[in-house]
Design a protein around this ligand. Structure first.
Ligand SMILES: [Zn+2]
Length: 156
């Protein structure tokens, strides 16, 4: 059983979060937009459905499926945002439940290059840089749901 204090488990069980920010879920994975205020439109999170800290705790089924899930979610970020690259970062410190950050990297935006994206993240968190427009985030989520439902990019 997950600890009752896990914020990721709480998000996955929240009907309000599902209605607002979730793009889709499968038996093993859940894809959602970064909560508001979001650092960038299209900054997604790929969660394990099961409460686990990271790949060290994967079952054989999760280990076999993970690469397909990361690829599908990354392609979705790229198709929707038009970015050239998609960063994938997971620390598991804010919550000890695997949530892979999938970050759209536009090569014409130096503020999002490599570790500078962490400065961007903290600047939004401190209110020093405007967060992503919630209307743009909602549009991204809506289009993401359509793409996931069409099949080729469905989560495994
Ligand atoms: Zn959890």
């Amino acid at each position: 059983m997950p600890p009752p204090s896990c914020p990721i488990c709480a998000l996955q069980a929240s009907p309000a979060h599902r209605a607002e920010l979730e793009l889709g879920r499968s038996a093993l994975w859940l894809l959602r937009h970064h909560p508001l205020p979001a650092p960038l439109p299209g900054w997604l999170l790929l969660d394990a459905r099961r409460h686990l800290s990271g790949p060290l705790a994967f079952s054989d089924a999760e280990a076999a499926s993970w690469g397909l899930a990361v690829r599908a979610a990354s392609l979705l970020v790229q198709q929707l945002s038009g970015c050239e690259r998609v960063y994938a970062i997971a620390f598991g410190e804010g919550a000890p439940h695997l949530h892979l950050h999938l970050i759209p990297r536009h090569v014409d935006d130096p503020a999002s290059a490599a570790w500078r994206v962490a400065d961007l993240y903290r600047a939004v968190e401190r209110g020093e840089r405007p967060a992503a427009d919630p209307v743009a985030v909602a549009a991204f989520v809506a289009r993401g749901r359509e793409l996931l439902a069409q099949g080729p990019l469905a989560l495994p």
